[in-house]
Design a protein around this ligand. Structure first.
Ligand code: AMP
Length: 116
């Protein structure tokens, strides 16, 4: 069940500000408020989807458009040469905090191993 009061829904409705880096008809990208790396940007779809498992149900066209936008954000952030990491958390074992599907783009430094 999608929570219309989650913080990213509020950002999409313009009720909470964000540091926007990119927007098109399918998604919004903005800087994480509590960055975990030198570059930490979140990309969220404009659809009401809780996590990746919901998002993947939207179909190839929507999913493809979203990930093409993620790639464009990565390129605009200048991360392709030195590298970057994409992360998405689903559910309690992943400690998902915000119940609106999002991809973390992390980079701008050596990110170390996958898990601490
Ligand atoms: P996750 O644990 O994958 O759900 O990640 C949620 C992310 O959202 C965390 O990295 C938070 O720092 C970030 N976050 C929470 N509130 C805001 C906000 N108002 N603006 C930007 N990022 C936020």
């Amino acid at each position: 069940m999608y929570d219309l009061e989650n913080v990213f829904a509020k950002i999409l409705r313009g009720e909470i500000p964000c540091k926007e880096v990119y927007q098109d008809e399918v998604c919004l990208a903005f800087h994480d408020a509590y960055p975990k790396a030198a570059v930490h940007v979140l990309v969220i779809p404009k659809d009401e989807v809780v996590s990746f498992s919901d998002f993947a149900q939207l179909g190839a066209e929507r999913v493809g458009a979203f990930f093409r936008a993620v790639q464009q954000v990565v390129a605009e952030l200048g991360l392709e040469e030195d590298g970057y990491r994409l992360v998405t958390n689903h559910g309690q074992d992943a400690n998902q905090e915000v119940p609106h599907f999002h991809v973390h783009i992390l980079g701008g430094q050596n990110l170390g191993g996958l898990l601490p």
